[in-house]
Design a binder for this molecule. Structure first.
Ligand SMILES: *Cc1c(COP(=O)(O)O)cnc(C)c1O
Length: 603
Protein backbone atom coordinates (compact mmCIF):
# COMPACT_ATOMS: atom_id res chain seq x y z
CA UNK A 1 0.00 0.00 0.00
CA UNK A 2 1.54 3.34 -0.99
CA UNK A 3 1.84 5.83 1.87
CA UNK A 4 1.81 9.20 0.19
CA UNK A 5 3.15 12.00 2.37
CA UNK A 6 2.04 15.64 2.49
CA UNK A 7 4.01 17.92 0.18
CA UNK A 8 6.99 15.56 -0.10
CA UNK A 9 8.67 13.82 -3.05
CA UNK A 10 8.77 10.40 -1.41
CA UNK A 11 6.22 7.62 -1.21
CA UNK A 12 6.65 4.93 1.44
CA UNK A 13 5.23 1.44 1.24
CA UNK A 14 3.24 -0.38 3.88
CA UNK A 15 3.03 -4.14 3.45
CA UNK A 16 -0.19 -5.73 4.63
CA UNK A 17 -0.51 -9.50 4.96
CA UNK A 18 -3.43 -11.82 4.38
CA UNK A 19 -3.55 -15.51 5.27
CA UNK A 20 -4.77 -17.98 2.63
CA UNK A 21 -4.40 -21.71 2.20
CA UNK A 22 -2.27 -22.99 -0.70
CA UNK A 23 -4.43 -26.11 -0.98
CA UNK A 24 -7.60 -24.80 0.56
CA UNK A 25 -10.74 -25.88 -1.21
CA UNK A 26 -11.22 -29.65 -1.49
CA UNK A 27 -13.28 -30.40 -4.60
CA UNK A 28 -13.33 -34.13 -3.80
CA UNK A 29 -15.01 -33.52 -0.44
CA UNK A 30 -17.35 -31.01 -2.07
CA UNK A 31 -18.43 -33.58 -4.68
CA UNK A 32 -19.14 -36.03 -1.88
CA UNK A 33 -21.42 -33.31 -0.42
CA UNK A 34 -19.12 -32.85 2.60
CA UNK A 35 -19.41 -29.06 2.22
CA UNK A 36 -18.15 -28.01 5.63
CA UNK A 37 -14.99 -30.07 5.49
CA UNK A 38 -14.41 -28.96 1.88
CA UNK A 39 -13.80 -25.38 3.02
CA UNK A 40 -12.45 -26.14 6.50
CA UNK A 41 -8.74 -25.76 5.71
CA UNK A 42 -9.33 -22.61 3.74
CA UNK A 43 -11.40 -21.09 6.55
CA UNK A 44 -8.92 -21.97 9.25
CA UNK A 45 -6.14 -20.30 7.26
CA UNK A 46 -8.21 -17.21 6.46
CA UNK A 47 -9.32 -16.88 10.09
CA UNK A 48 -5.75 -15.94 11.03
CA UNK A 49 -6.02 -12.51 9.41
CA UNK A 50 -9.84 -12.16 9.39
CA UNK A 51 -10.23 -9.75 12.33
CA UNK A 52 -8.10 -7.36 14.29
CA UNK A 53 -8.66 -8.22 17.95
CA UNK A 54 -10.62 -5.36 19.49
CA UNK A 55 -9.43 -5.89 23.08
CA UNK A 56 -8.19 -2.65 24.56
CA UNK A 57 -5.81 -2.94 27.51
CA UNK A 58 -7.21 -6.31 28.51
CA UNK A 59 -6.31 -9.96 28.19
CA UNK A 60 -7.23 -11.91 25.07
CA UNK A 61 -5.41 -15.16 25.76
CA UNK A 62 -6.70 -16.94 22.68
CA UNK A 63 -4.59 -19.29 20.56
CA UNK A 64 -5.86 -17.64 17.36
CA UNK A 65 -4.46 -14.32 18.58
CA UNK A 66 -0.99 -15.86 19.02
CA UNK A 67 -1.23 -17.44 15.55
CA UNK A 68 -2.05 -14.01 14.19
CA UNK A 69 0.85 -12.35 16.01
CA UNK A 70 3.28 -14.98 14.75
CA UNK A 71 1.89 -14.88 11.21
CA UNK A 72 2.22 -11.09 10.82
CA UNK A 73 5.61 -10.95 12.57
CA UNK A 74 7.09 -13.81 10.59
CA UNK A 75 5.79 -12.54 7.24
CA UNK A 76 7.35 -9.11 7.79
CA UNK A 77 10.66 -10.57 9.01
CA UNK A 78 10.92 -13.00 6.09
CA UNK A 79 10.27 -10.16 3.68
CA UNK A 80 12.89 -7.96 5.33
CA UNK A 81 15.54 -10.71 5.52
CA UNK A 82 14.98 -11.67 1.85
CA UNK A 83 15.54 -8.05 0.83
CA UNK A 84 18.70 -7.90 2.92
CA UNK A 85 20.10 -11.15 1.53
CA UNK A 86 19.32 -10.09 -2.04
CA UNK A 87 21.30 -6.86 -1.55
CA UNK A 88 24.08 -7.80 0.87
CA UNK A 89 24.34 -11.60 0.90
CA UNK A 90 24.33 -13.75 4.01
CA UNK A 91 26.87 -11.88 6.10
CA UNK A 92 24.45 -10.38 8.61
CA UNK A 93 26.90 -8.15 10.48
CA UNK A 94 25.61 -5.12 8.55
CA UNK A 95 21.98 -6.00 9.37
CA UNK A 96 21.60 -3.93 12.59
CA UNK A 97 23.17 -0.89 10.91
CA UNK A 98 20.43 -0.96 8.29
CA UNK A 99 17.39 -1.99 10.35
CA UNK A 100 15.56 -1.02 13.50
CA UNK A 101 12.42 -2.97 14.29
CA UNK A 102 10.24 -0.87 16.61
CA UNK A 103 7.91 -3.23 18.50
CA UNK A 104 4.60 -1.42 18.92
CA UNK A 105 3.46 -2.91 22.28
CA UNK A 106 3.87 -6.60 23.20
CA UNK A 107 1.78 -7.84 20.27
CA UNK A 108 4.71 -8.44 17.85
CA UNK A 109 7.32 -9.47 20.49
CA UNK A 110 7.32 -13.03 19.12
CA UNK A 111 9.39 -11.48 16.29
CA UNK A 112 12.43 -11.60 18.61
CA UNK A 113 12.72 -15.41 18.79
CA UNK A 114 11.47 -15.62 15.18
CA UNK A 115 14.44 -13.59 13.91
CA UNK A 116 16.74 -15.82 16.03
CA UNK A 117 15.14 -18.84 14.32
CA UNK A 118 15.54 -17.44 10.81
CA UNK A 119 19.21 -16.54 11.37
CA UNK A 120 20.16 -19.80 13.13
CA UNK A 121 18.00 -22.40 11.35
CA UNK A 122 17.81 -20.92 7.86
CA UNK A 123 21.19 -19.20 7.52
CA UNK A 124 23.42 -21.17 9.89
CA UNK A 125 24.35 -18.16 12.05
CA UNK A 126 25.74 -19.06 15.51
CA UNK A 127 23.64 -18.40 18.63
CA UNK A 128 25.99 -15.69 19.91
CA UNK A 129 26.13 -13.86 16.61
CA UNK A 130 22.35 -14.11 16.12
CA UNK A 131 21.77 -12.74 19.63
CA UNK A 132 24.18 -9.88 18.95
CA UNK A 133 22.24 -8.98 15.77
CA UNK A 134 18.81 -9.32 17.37
CA UNK A 135 19.69 -7.21 20.43
CA UNK A 136 21.02 -4.42 18.20
CA UNK A 137 17.90 -4.50 16.00
CA UNK A 138 14.81 -4.49 18.24
CA UNK A 139 13.38 -1.60 20.26
CA UNK A 140 10.19 -1.75 22.36
CA UNK A 141 7.45 0.78 23.06
CA UNK A 142 5.30 0.15 26.13
CA UNK A 143 1.71 1.48 25.93
CA UNK A 144 0.17 0.68 29.29
CA UNK A 145 0.94 0.04 32.93
CA UNK A 146 -2.16 -2.14 33.40
CA UNK A 147 -0.69 -5.49 34.46
CA UNK A 148 -3.55 -7.40 32.81
CA UNK A 149 -2.56 -5.93 29.42
CA UNK A 150 1.04 -7.19 29.40
CA UNK A 151 0.68 -10.37 27.40
CA UNK A 152 1.53 -13.63 29.16
CA UNK A 153 1.01 -16.82 27.15
CA UNK A 154 0.27 -20.12 28.88
CA UNK A 155 3.19 -22.44 28.06
CA UNK A 156 0.83 -25.15 26.70
CA UNK A 157 -0.59 -22.75 24.10
CA UNK A 158 2.77 -21.22 23.21
CA UNK A 159 4.75 -24.45 23.01
CA UNK A 160 1.90 -26.34 21.33
CA UNK A 161 1.60 -23.78 18.55
CA UNK A 162 5.27 -22.71 18.21
CA UNK A 163 7.51 -25.55 19.49
CA UNK A 164 10.75 -24.27 17.90
CA UNK A 165 10.11 -20.68 18.97
CA UNK A 166 9.47 -21.91 22.51
CA UNK A 167 12.83 -23.75 22.52
CA UNK A 168 14.54 -20.52 21.55
CA UNK A 169 12.74 -18.53 24.26
CA UNK A 170 13.76 -21.20 26.80
CA UNK A 171 17.41 -20.83 25.77
CA UNK A 172 17.22 -17.02 25.89
CA UNK A 173 15.79 -17.32 29.39
CA UNK A 174 18.31 -19.96 30.55
CA UNK A 175 21.19 -17.65 29.69
CA UNK A 176 19.39 -14.64 31.19
CA UNK A 177 18.63 -16.35 34.51
CA UNK A 178 22.29 -17.48 34.65
CA UNK A 179 23.31 -13.83 34.42
CA UNK A 180 20.72 -12.81 37.02
CA UNK A 181 22.12 -15.42 39.46
CA UNK A 182 25.59 -13.92 39.06
CA UNK A 183 24.36 -10.35 39.42
CA UNK A 184 21.93 -10.93 42.32
CA UNK A 185 23.21 -14.19 43.90
CA UNK A 186 21.07 -14.00 47.05
CA UNK A 187 17.99 -12.32 45.63
CA UNK A 188 15.92 -15.36 44.58
CA UNK A 189 12.77 -13.30 44.68
CA UNK A 190 14.12 -10.91 42.06
CA UNK A 191 15.36 -13.81 39.91
CA UNK A 192 11.86 -15.27 39.95
CA UNK A 193 10.13 -11.96 39.30
CA UNK A 194 12.32 -11.26 36.26
CA UNK A 195 12.40 -14.72 34.70
CA UNK A 196 10.88 -14.60 31.19
CA UNK A 197 9.23 -17.99 31.78
CA UNK A 198 7.51 -18.52 35.12
CA UNK A 199 4.22 -19.59 36.74
CA UNK A 200 3.45 -21.62 33.61
CA UNK A 201 3.59 -18.53 31.37
CA UNK A 202 5.79 -16.85 28.78
CA UNK A 203 6.04 -13.16 29.65
CA UNK A 204 6.25 -11.20 26.40
CA UNK A 205 7.04 -7.81 28.00
CA UNK A 206 9.99 -9.31 29.89
CA UNK A 207 11.28 -10.91 26.68
CA UNK A 208 11.04 -7.52 24.94
CA UNK A 209 12.82 -5.56 27.67
CA UNK A 210 15.61 -8.12 27.92
CA UNK A 211 16.23 -8.32 24.17
CA UNK A 212 15.66 -4.71 23.05
CA UNK A 213 18.27 -1.95 23.10
CA UNK A 214 15.59 0.69 23.81
CA UNK A 215 12.47 0.65 25.99
CA UNK A 216 10.22 3.70 25.89
CA UNK A 217 7.00 4.96 27.44
CA UNK A 218 4.67 7.37 25.62
CA UNK A 219 4.42 10.35 28.01
CA UNK A 220 6.69 11.74 30.72
CA UNK A 221 4.61 10.51 33.67
CA UNK A 222 4.13 7.10 32.06
CA UNK A 223 7.87 6.63 31.49
CA UNK A 224 8.60 7.76 35.05
CA UNK A 225 6.06 5.27 36.45
CA UNK A 226 7.57 2.49 34.33
CA UNK A 227 11.01 3.24 35.78
CA UNK A 228 9.97 3.64 39.41
CA UNK A 229 6.98 1.26 39.71
CA UNK A 230 5.95 -1.37 37.15
CA UNK A 231 9.39 -2.00 35.58
CA UNK A 232 11.56 -0.98 38.54
CA UNK A 233 13.58 -4.24 38.51
CA UNK A 234 14.30 -3.76 34.82
CA UNK A 235 15.25 -0.08 35.06
CA UNK A 236 17.74 -1.08 37.77
CA UNK A 237 19.24 -3.80 35.55
CA UNK A 238 19.17 -1.84 32.27
CA UNK A 239 18.97 1.90 33.15
CA UNK A 240 20.36 3.07 29.79
CA UNK A 241 17.60 1.36 27.80
CA UNK A 242 14.78 3.47 29.26
CA UNK A 243 13.61 6.64 27.51
CA UNK A 244 10.47 8.69 26.87
CA UNK A 245 8.76 9.50 23.58
CA UNK A 246 5.64 11.55 24.19
CA UNK A 247 2.89 10.61 21.71
CA UNK A 248 1.55 13.00 19.10
CA UNK A 249 -1.22 13.35 16.52
CA UNK A 250 -1.07 14.52 12.92
CA UNK A 251 -2.30 18.05 12.28
CA UNK A 252 -2.94 17.14 8.62
CA UNK A 253 -5.83 14.85 9.61
CA UNK A 254 -7.02 16.39 12.89
CA UNK A 255 -6.84 20.08 11.98
CA UNK A 256 -6.33 20.73 8.25
CA UNK A 257 -8.69 17.98 7.10
CA UNK A 258 -11.15 17.71 9.99
CA UNK A 259 -11.55 21.43 10.70
CA UNK A 260 -11.04 23.39 7.44
CA UNK A 261 -12.60 26.61 8.77
CA UNK A 262 -10.23 26.72 11.76
CA UNK A 263 -7.33 25.84 9.45
CA UNK A 264 -8.24 28.82 7.28
CA UNK A 265 -8.53 31.06 10.36
CA UNK A 266 -4.98 30.05 11.30
CA UNK A 267 -3.47 30.43 7.83
CA UNK A 268 -5.09 33.87 7.44
CA UNK A 269 -3.15 35.01 10.52
CA UNK A 270 0.20 33.21 10.46
CA UNK A 271 0.40 31.97 6.87
CA UNK A 272 1.16 28.44 5.71
CA UNK A 273 3.93 26.39 7.27
CA UNK A 274 2.11 25.07 10.35
CA UNK A 275 0.92 22.11 8.28
CA UNK A 276 4.50 20.78 8.35
CA UNK A 277 5.77 22.48 11.52
CA UNK A 278 3.07 22.72 14.15
CA UNK A 279 5.25 24.80 16.51
CA UNK A 280 4.50 27.69 14.13
CA UNK A 281 1.07 27.90 15.78
CA UNK A 282 2.82 29.82 18.55
CA UNK A 283 2.45 32.84 16.24
CA UNK A 284 -1.29 32.86 17.02
CA UNK A 285 -0.61 34.05 20.56
CA UNK A 286 -0.35 37.65 19.45
CA UNK A 287 -4.05 37.50 18.53
CA UNK A 288 -5.06 36.47 22.06
CA UNK A 289 -6.49 39.93 22.75
CA UNK A 290 -7.63 40.68 19.22
CA UNK A 291 -11.39 41.14 19.44
CA UNK A 292 -12.08 40.29 15.80
CA UNK A 293 -10.05 37.06 16.01
CA UNK A 294 -11.81 35.94 19.20
CA UNK A 295 -15.24 36.68 17.72
CA UNK A 296 -14.36 34.69 14.61
CA UNK A 297 -13.12 31.79 16.71
CA UNK A 298 -16.46 31.70 18.57
CA UNK A 299 -18.31 31.72 15.22
CA UNK A 300 -16.22 28.87 13.83
CA UNK A 301 -16.84 26.72 16.90
CA UNK A 302 -20.57 27.45 16.78
CA UNK A 303 -20.74 26.48 13.10
CA UNK A 304 -18.87 23.23 13.79
CA UNK A 305 -21.32 22.46 16.61
CA UNK A 306 -24.18 23.00 14.15
CA UNK A 307 -22.53 20.57 11.69
CA UNK A 308 -22.28 17.89 14.40
CA UNK A 309 -25.87 18.59 15.49
CA UNK A 310 -27.12 18.15 11.90
CA UNK A 311 -25.14 14.93 11.54
CA UNK A 312 -26.56 13.44 14.75
CA UNK A 313 -30.10 14.51 13.83
CA UNK A 314 -29.67 12.71 10.53
CA UNK A 315 -27.89 9.56 11.82
CA UNK A 316 -29.55 8.86 15.16
CA UNK A 317 -32.36 11.43 15.47
CA UNK A 318 -30.77 13.21 18.43
CA UNK A 319 -31.43 16.90 18.95
CA UNK A 320 -28.43 19.01 20.04
CA UNK A 321 -28.53 22.72 20.81
CA UNK A 322 -25.36 24.41 19.46
CA UNK A 323 -25.85 27.24 21.96
CA UNK A 324 -25.24 24.80 24.83
CA UNK A 325 -21.79 23.80 26.12
CA UNK A 326 -20.59 20.71 24.23
CA UNK A 327 -18.85 18.66 26.91
CA UNK A 328 -17.31 15.61 25.25
CA UNK A 329 -15.80 12.30 26.37
CA UNK A 330 -14.91 10.05 23.43
CA UNK A 331 -12.53 7.10 23.90
CA UNK A 332 -12.63 3.32 24.35
CA UNK A 333 -14.85 2.31 27.23
CA UNK A 334 -12.66 1.27 30.14
CA UNK A 335 -13.10 1.56 33.89
CA UNK A 336 -9.81 3.43 34.32
CA UNK A 337 -10.97 6.12 31.85
CA UNK A 338 -13.90 6.68 34.23
CA UNK A 339 -16.86 7.33 31.96
CA UNK A 340 -18.70 6.27 35.14
CA UNK A 341 -17.48 9.39 36.97
CA UNK A 342 -18.85 11.51 34.13
CA UNK A 343 -22.30 9.87 34.13
CA UNK A 344 -22.57 9.95 37.95
CA UNK A 345 -21.93 13.70 37.74
CA UNK A 346 -24.73 14.02 35.15
CA UNK A 347 -27.10 12.12 37.46
CA UNK A 348 -26.09 14.56 40.22
CA UNK A 349 -26.75 17.59 37.98
CA UNK A 350 -30.15 16.19 37.04
CA UNK A 351 -31.06 15.76 40.72
CA UNK A 352 -29.90 19.26 41.46
CA UNK A 353 -31.88 20.81 38.60
CA UNK A 354 -35.02 19.04 39.87
CA UNK A 355 -34.44 19.82 43.57
CA UNK A 356 -33.09 23.37 43.57
CA UNK A 357 -35.25 26.02 41.83
CA UNK A 358 -32.48 28.62 42.32
CA UNK A 359 -29.97 26.54 40.37
CA UNK A 360 -29.88 28.01 36.90
CA UNK A 361 -26.69 27.01 35.08
CA UNK A 362 -26.09 27.52 31.33
CA UNK A 363 -27.36 24.80 29.00
CA UNK A 364 -25.10 21.79 28.72
CA UNK A 365 -24.87 18.86 26.31
CA UNK A 366 -22.86 15.87 27.49
CA UNK A 367 -21.61 13.84 24.55
CA UNK A 368 -20.18 10.32 24.82
CA UNK A 369 -18.68 8.02 22.22
CA UNK A 370 -17.25 4.65 23.17
CA UNK A 371 -16.95 0.99 22.30
CA UNK A 372 -16.44 -1.80 24.81
CA UNK A 373 -14.30 -4.88 24.14
CA UNK A 374 -16.62 -7.77 23.35
CA UNK A 375 -16.24 -9.69 26.61
CA UNK A 376 -15.97 -6.71 28.98
CA UNK A 377 -19.32 -6.90 30.82
CA UNK A 378 -18.87 -4.03 33.23
CA UNK A 379 -17.90 -1.69 30.37
CA UNK A 380 -21.14 -2.65 28.63
CA UNK A 381 -23.09 -1.92 31.83
CA UNK A 382 -21.61 1.58 31.82
CA UNK A 383 -22.74 2.09 28.20
CA UNK A 384 -26.19 0.89 29.24
CA UNK A 385 -26.19 3.36 32.15
CA UNK A 386 -25.21 6.31 29.92
CA UNK A 387 -28.02 5.46 27.50
CA UNK A 388 -30.52 4.98 30.32
CA UNK A 389 -29.66 8.34 31.90
CA UNK A 390 -29.81 9.95 28.43
CA UNK A 391 -33.32 8.53 27.87
CA UNK A 392 -34.54 9.84 31.20
CA UNK A 393 -32.97 13.29 31.04
CA UNK A 394 -33.76 13.98 27.39
CA UNK A 395 -37.44 13.10 27.90
CA UNK A 396 -37.96 15.14 31.07
CA UNK A 397 -39.58 18.49 30.20
CA UNK A 398 -38.47 19.95 33.55
CA UNK A 399 -34.82 20.04 32.41
CA UNK A 400 -35.44 20.74 28.72
CA UNK A 401 -33.08 23.40 27.40
CA UNK A 402 -30.79 22.84 30.40
CA UNK A 403 -29.39 19.36 30.12
CA UNK A 404 -29.02 16.81 27.33
CA UNK A 405 -27.05 13.60 27.11
CA UNK A 406 -26.04 11.99 23.81
CA UNK A 407 -24.35 8.65 23.25
CA UNK A 408 -22.87 8.60 19.73
CA UNK A 409 -23.15 5.19 18.11
CA UNK A 410 -20.24 3.47 16.41
CA UNK A 411 -17.46 5.80 17.62
CA UNK A 412 -14.65 5.57 15.02
CA UNK A 413 -12.12 7.82 13.30
CA UNK A 414 -14.57 9.10 10.64
CA UNK A 415 -17.06 10.17 13.31
CA UNK A 416 -14.23 11.45 15.53
CA UNK A 417 -13.27 13.87 12.75
CA UNK A 418 -16.70 15.54 13.16
CA UNK A 419 -16.60 15.53 16.97
CA UNK A 420 -13.29 17.22 17.86
CA UNK A 421 -13.97 20.44 15.86
CA UNK A 422 -17.32 20.79 17.70
CA UNK A 423 -16.10 20.29 21.28
CA UNK A 424 -15.95 23.01 23.92
CA UNK A 425 -14.78 20.80 26.78
CA UNK A 426 -12.38 17.83 26.53
CA UNK A 427 -13.04 15.24 29.25
CA UNK A 428 -9.72 13.55 30.21
CA UNK A 429 -10.63 12.16 33.60
CA UNK A 430 -8.71 8.88 33.98
CA UNK A 431 -7.49 7.79 37.40
CA UNK A 432 -4.07 9.45 37.75
CA UNK A 433 -1.30 7.03 36.80
CA UNK A 434 -3.43 4.79 34.56
CA UNK A 435 -3.59 6.56 31.16
CA UNK A 436 -0.23 6.02 29.46
CA UNK A 437 -0.57 9.10 27.23
CA UNK A 438 -3.92 9.60 25.58
CA UNK A 439 -4.10 11.19 22.15
CA UNK A 440 -7.68 12.45 22.00
CA UNK A 441 -6.58 15.02 24.60
CA UNK A 442 -4.24 16.37 21.87
CA UNK A 443 -6.89 16.28 19.10
CA UNK A 444 -9.23 18.31 21.32
CA UNK A 445 -6.49 20.83 22.16
CA UNK A 446 -5.56 21.60 18.56
CA UNK A 447 -9.28 22.10 17.82
CA UNK A 448 -9.63 24.67 20.60
CA UNK A 449 -11.44 22.64 23.30
CA UNK A 450 -10.40 23.24 26.92
CA UNK A 451 -9.18 20.27 28.92
CA UNK A 452 -11.11 19.18 32.01
CA UNK A 453 -8.76 16.57 33.36
CA UNK A 454 -6.67 14.81 35.93
CA UNK A 455 -2.88 15.09 36.03
CA UNK A 456 -2.47 11.86 34.07
CA UNK A 457 -0.67 10.77 30.88
CA UNK A 458 0.01 13.57 28.42
CA UNK A 459 -2.55 15.82 30.18
CA UNK A 460 0.35 16.92 32.37
CA UNK A 461 2.36 18.09 29.37
CA UNK A 462 -0.73 19.63 27.73
CA UNK A 463 -1.50 21.72 30.81
CA UNK A 464 2.17 22.70 31.09
CA UNK A 465 2.16 23.96 27.48
CA UNK A 466 -1.26 25.66 27.66
CA UNK A 467 -0.87 27.11 31.15
CA UNK A 468 -2.82 25.84 34.14
CA UNK A 469 -5.14 28.89 33.93
CA UNK A 470 -6.30 27.72 30.49
CA UNK A 471 -7.41 24.26 31.64
CA UNK A 472 -9.49 22.75 34.46
CA UNK A 473 -7.34 20.38 36.50
CA UNK A 474 -8.79 18.36 39.36
CA UNK A 475 -8.44 15.19 41.38
CA UNK A 476 -5.96 12.96 43.12
CA UNK A 477 -2.43 12.89 41.72
CA UNK A 478 -0.62 9.68 40.81
CA UNK A 479 1.74 9.80 43.83
CA UNK A 480 -1.27 10.21 46.16
CA UNK A 481 -2.96 7.20 44.61
CA UNK A 482 0.26 5.12 44.77
CA UNK A 483 0.54 6.00 48.48
CA UNK A 484 -3.09 5.08 49.19
CA UNK A 485 -2.61 1.78 47.33
CA UNK A 486 0.51 0.96 49.34
CA UNK A 487 -1.11 1.82 52.66
CA UNK A 488 -4.52 0.30 51.78
CA UNK A 489 -5.93 3.54 53.14
CA UNK A 490 -8.73 4.18 50.63
CA UNK A 491 -12.22 3.72 52.04
CA UNK A 492 -14.96 4.61 49.53
CA UNK A 493 -17.60 4.37 52.28
CA UNK A 494 -16.10 7.50 53.83
CA UNK A 495 -16.63 9.41 50.56
CA UNK A 496 -20.27 8.35 50.53
CA UNK A 497 -20.79 9.31 54.19
CA UNK A 498 -19.19 12.71 53.60
CA UNK A 499 -21.18 13.58 50.47
CA UNK A 500 -24.96 12.95 50.64
CA UNK A 501 -25.48 14.07 47.02
CA UNK A 502 -22.94 11.45 45.89
CA UNK A 503 -24.53 8.81 48.13
CA UNK A 504 -27.88 9.61 46.49
CA UNK A 505 -26.68 9.07 42.89
CA UNK A 506 -24.90 5.85 43.82
CA UNK A 507 -28.07 4.53 45.48
CA UNK A 508 -30.10 5.60 42.44
CA UNK A 509 -28.28 2.86 40.54
CA UNK A 510 -30.28 0.29 42.51
CA UNK A 511 -33.34 2.04 44.03
CA UNK A 512 -35.59 1.89 40.97
CA UNK A 513 -34.98 5.47 39.79
CA UNK A 514 -33.42 4.36 36.50
CA UNK A 515 -34.29 0.67 36.39
CA UNK A 516 -37.43 -0.78 37.92
CA UNK A 517 -35.95 -4.26 38.16
CA UNK A 518 -33.14 -2.81 40.31
CA UNK A 519 -30.88 -5.47 38.82
CA UNK A 520 -29.28 -3.99 35.70
CA UNK A 521 -26.88 -1.67 37.54
CA UNK A 522 -26.49 -3.71 40.72
CA UNK A 523 -23.10 -5.13 39.75
CA UNK A 524 -21.91 -1.59 38.96
CA UNK A 525 -23.22 -0.29 42.29
CA UNK A 526 -21.67 -3.14 44.25
CA UNK A 527 -18.31 -2.73 42.49
CA UNK A 528 -18.19 0.85 43.81
CA UNK A 529 -19.54 0.26 47.29
CA UNK A 530 -18.50 -3.26 48.33
CA UNK A 531 -16.16 -4.66 45.69
CA UNK A 532 -17.14 -7.78 43.76
CA UNK A 533 -15.38 -11.05 42.89
CA UNK A 534 -12.57 -10.42 45.36
CA UNK A 535 -11.84 -6.94 44.01
CA UNK A 536 -11.45 -3.98 46.33
CA UNK A 537 -14.36 -1.52 46.15
CA UNK A 538 -13.97 1.36 43.67
CA UNK A 539 -10.65 0.21 42.22
CA UNK A 540 -10.39 3.40 40.11
CA UNK A 541 -11.12 6.02 42.81
CA UNK A 542 -14.34 7.30 41.19
CA UNK A 543 -15.93 8.22 44.52
CA UNK A 544 -12.68 9.74 45.83
CA UNK A 545 -12.52 12.21 42.91
CA UNK A 546 -16.26 12.94 42.62
CA UNK A 547 -16.29 16.08 44.80
CA UNK A 548 -13.30 17.65 43.07
CA UNK A 549 -14.82 16.77 39.67
CA UNK A 550 -18.08 18.58 40.55
CA UNK A 551 -16.11 21.67 41.61
CA UNK A 552 -14.08 21.60 38.39
CA UNK A 553 -17.37 21.56 36.42
CA UNK A 554 -18.51 24.64 38.37
CA UNK A 555 -15.36 26.40 37.19
CA UNK A 556 -16.04 25.34 33.58
CA UNK A 557 -19.54 26.78 33.71
CA UNK A 558 -18.36 30.04 35.29
CA UNK A 559 -15.60 30.44 32.70
CA UNK A 560 -17.96 29.74 29.77
CA UNK A 561 -20.21 32.60 30.82
CA UNK A 562 -17.54 35.01 29.53
CA UNK A 563 -17.41 34.03 25.85
CA UNK A 564 -14.53 36.29 25.00
CA UNK A 565 -12.38 35.05 27.89
CA UNK A 566 -13.24 31.48 26.90
CA UNK A 567 -12.25 32.11 23.27
CA UNK A 568 -8.95 33.54 24.49
CA UNK A 569 -8.23 30.37 26.48
CA UNK A 570 -9.12 28.28 23.40
CA UNK A 571 -6.80 30.35 21.21
CA UNK A 572 -3.93 30.00 23.70
CA UNK A 573 -4.50 26.24 23.76
CA UNK A 574 -4.32 26.05 19.96
CA UNK A 575 -1.23 28.29 19.87
CA UNK A 576 0.59 26.00 22.33
CA UNK A 577 -0.37 22.63 20.87
CA UNK A 578 2.74 22.46 18.64
CA UNK A 579 4.54 19.92 20.82
CA UNK A 580 1.78 17.37 20.24
CA UNK A 581 2.36 16.90 16.53
CA UNK A 582 3.32 13.33 15.64
CA UNK A 583 6.00 14.95 13.42
CA UNK A 584 7.80 15.92 16.66
CA UNK A 585 7.26 12.41 18.08
CA UNK A 586 8.74 10.78 14.98
CA UNK A 587 11.70 13.18 14.97
CA UNK A 588 12.36 12.06 18.56
CA UNK A 589 12.35 8.37 17.55
CA UNK A 590 14.55 9.15 14.52
CA UNK A 591 17.14 11.06 16.58
CA UNK A 592 17.29 8.96 19.76
CA UNK A 593 16.45 5.37 18.73
CA UNK A 594 16.59 4.77 14.98
CA UNK A 595 19.57 7.08 14.28
CA UNK A 596 18.36 7.51 10.73
CA UNK A 597 20.10 9.99 8.45
CA UNK A 598 17.72 12.27 6.57
CA UNK A 599 17.87 12.25 2.81
CA UNK A 600 16.27 15.10 0.91
CA UNK A 601 14.60 13.97 -2.28
CA UNK A 602 14.77 16.81 -4.79
CA UNK A 603 11.90 17.66 -7.10
C1 LIG B 1 -7.81 9.34 19.10
C2 LIG B 1 -8.74 8.21 19.12
C3 LIG B 1 -8.72 7.29 20.19
C4 LIG B 1 -7.81 7.44 21.38
O1 LIG B 1 -8.52 8.23 22.33
P1 LIG B 1 -7.96 8.40 23.83
O2 LIG B 1 -8.96 9.33 24.47
O3 LIG B 1 -6.61 9.04 23.72
O4 LIG B 1 -7.94 7.05 24.44
C5 LIG B 1 -9.61 6.23 20.18
N1 LIG B 1 -10.49 6.07 19.16
C6 LIG B 1 -10.55 6.93 18.12
C7 LIG B 1 -11.56 6.70 17.04
C8 LIG B 1 -9.69 8.02 18.06
O5 LIG B 1 -9.77 8.89 17.01
Amino acid sequence: MPIVGFDTNTVNTLRLWEATSPNGFDLQLFNNMDYNRAVERQNSAENISRVLYPNDNGPSGKALRLKQQYFFSSASLQDLVHHFVANYGTNFRKFPELHVIQLNDTHPVVAIPELMRILIDEYGVSWDEAWDIVTKTFAYTNHTILAEALEKWPIEIFQGLLPRIYQIVEEINRRFVDDLRKKYPDDYDRQNRMSIIGNGKVKMAWLAIHACFSVNGVAELHTELLKTQELKDWAELYPAKFNNKTNGITQRRWLLNANPTLAEFITKRIGHGWEKDLTKLKGLEKFADDEESLNELVKIKHANKQVLADFLKHTQNDFLDPDSIFDVQVKRLHEYKRQLLNVLHIMYLYNRLLDDPNYNPPARTFIFGAKAASGYRRAKSIIKLINTVADRVNNDRRVRGKLRVVFIENYCVSIAEKIFPAADVSEQISTAGFEASGTSNMKFMVNGALTLGTLDGANIEIVREAGEENAFVFGLKSDEIIKMEAEHSYNPQECLARNPALNKVVEQLVDGTYDQSRQIFKELHDSLVYGVEGQRPDVYYVLADFGAYCQAHEKVVAAYADQKAWAKKALINIANSGKFSSDRTIEDYVRDIWKVQKVEVKR
